[in-house]
Structure formats: structure tokens, C-alpha cells
Design a protein around this ligand. Structure first.
Ligand code: 16G
Length: 243
């Protein structure tokens, strides 16, 4: 390797190319830093720096005492459009899947009631679901669904149909707007087991209140997304006054 581009940068581009071209597949163990330095005629330090940058970029990941592996591509989730899980996965050409973990009537807590703009203790339908794409677990979602007659949802088979689609077709409640919060978190025992990750692996905690037309809150959901699977993406515009 030669020229004015730093060597670690050149090697980084080569390694990234191996992943992009599919020569290295997700889950593959890549050559050690020693092998890379021999193969490309760079120092161990240069090899390490290239690999480290690709680890930071999420292209590769290290396993303690095992080596460096190719990471699985992440799902880039936009933050401006309101979409449901099913439509979102289908739009990406992935097959959505759902395992219903629980479905019951639930008396709302103080904070849940505030989110849904109802009285604390008012009963809503609670649905807990594991969400999968191409059979891989991505998220655990707990939805509280609130509308007059929501107990009918106890009869619904949500393992084979989309909640948003059902709300729309059966009840005329079209999800129109949502407010969402995102926080970093660590997988607890329960979530780790369900999502197939290790306890204390990073997760994204999402809380969303979804509103139907005329601002009627219909769902408050708390979701735990795998931290290794998602990149949240938004395009930002500078406020006119600051231009
Ligand atoms: C999204 C929502 C969830 C909603 C679901 C509907 C978040 C974090 N998640 O996953 O609240 O219930 O979409 O998807 O906001 P469905 O139509 O496939 O059931």
C-alpha cells in the first residue's frame, strides 16, 4: 500500500469491501490482526486501528478471547414516519412474525393513564408480543390499547395479523400520529431470554403513544429493541432563525 492516504484508512477500506461484497458474511470470523498485518504488509498497530474503526462503525464486532467477527446489518429505522412493525418489515422485504406472550385486560397505573389520557385504574387491553423478522427476534413490545369496546381485542389473534391493520379495519381507528421517546438500556433476564441475547446486552427502550384521527390516544406501547439490530435515523433541518 502506498500514497498519501493513511495506511490504516486503506486497509479499513479493503476490509470494509470484503464485507460489502459478501466475501465475508455476517458471523464470519475475520483473520487475526497478525494475519492481516502479514497479508497486507502493514504493522500490527495499523491492522488494529483499521479493525477498531470498523468495530466502532458497527461493521465488525469483537468477542473477548475469541476474535473479531462480521456484524449483522442493522435495520435503519426512520424517526419521522409513523409505521407499524408489520408494514415496516414488509417494506424491507423481510417476513414479519409475532409470538403473542400475553393478552389480557389491565387496570392502568397512574403513569400509563397519563399517557393514554384516561383515569388511572381504567381497564385497557394489554398485549405483549415478541416481534420477529425472517424468524429472528428483534423486539418485545407491550401495548396498552384503549378505546370504547377494547375488550373485544381479547378475542383477536394477533399472532397472524397486524394490530395497526386490525384497529383500522375492524374499529375504524387509523393510527395517524405518535409521540415517541427513546432511551438506552440493558437487557434484563426476561428480555434477554425472549430476545435471545445476553443479560446486560444493550437495548433500546422505546415508548410510544399513538393517536387516531382527532387526537384520540389509542395505544401506549413500551418496546425493548435489540441494540445490535437497529440504527435510528433522522434527517434534521436547521431552524430558519439560525441560518
Ligand atoms: C410498532 C410499534 C408498536 C405497535 C406496532 C404495530 C413502537 C416502538 N412500536 O412496532 O407500538 O403496536 O408497531 O405493529 O412504537 P403491527 O401493526 O405489526 O402490530
Amino acid at each position: 500500500m502506498h500514497g498519501i492516504v493513511p495506511r490504516y484508512h486503506q486497509l479499513k477500506a479493503i476490509l470494509h469491501g470484503q464485507v460489502r461484497s459478501g466475501a465475508w458474511q455476517p458471523g464470519d470470523l475475520i483473520p487475526s490482526e497478525r494475519e492481516l498485518s502479514d497479508r497486507y504488509g502493514v504493522s500490527r498497530m495499523t491492522a488494529r486501528q483499521s479493525v477498531t474503526e470498523l468495530v466502532h462503525a458497527g461493521v465488525l464486532y469483537r468477542r473477548q478471547g475469541k476474535g473479531t467477527y462480521v456484524a449483522w446489518p442493522r435495520i435503519a429505522q426512520g424517526l419521522t414516519n409513523l409505521t407499524g412493525f408489520t408494514e415496516d418489515m414488509r417494506a424491507r422485504g423481510m417476513e414479519p412474525g409475532t409470538r403473542v406472550l400475553g393478552q389480557r385486560m389491565w387496570a392502568t397505573s397512574e403513569t400509563e393513564a397519563v399517557r393514554l389520557q384516561i383515569r388511572p385504574g381504567q381497564r385497557v387491553c394489554e398485549v405483549r408480543r415478541l416481534r420477529l423478522a425472517d424468524n429472528e427476534p428483534l423486539a418485545v413490545e407491550r401495548s396498552l390499547i384503549s378505546f370504547f369496546g377494547c375488550e373485544q381485542l381479547l378475542e383477536a389473534d394477533l399472532s397472524h395479523q397486524s394490530l395497526y391493520a386490525l384497529l383500522e379495519t375492524a374499529y375504524g381507528l387509523v393510527p395517524c400520529e405518535a409521540e415517541q421517546e427513546i432511551e438506552a438500556g440493558l437487557a434484563d433476564d426476561d428480555h434477554a431470554r425472549t430476545l435471545g441475547v445476553a443479560v446486560d446486552d444493550p437495548v433500546l427502550l422505546l415508548r410510544r403513544t399513538t393517536f387516531a384521527e382527532r387526537g384520540q390516544p389509542i395505544e401506549y406501547a413500551e418496546s425493548v429493541y435489540r441494540g445490535d439490530k437497529y440504527t435510528l435515523h433522522a434527517r434534521l433541518a436547521r431552524a430558519p432563525a439560525a441560518r
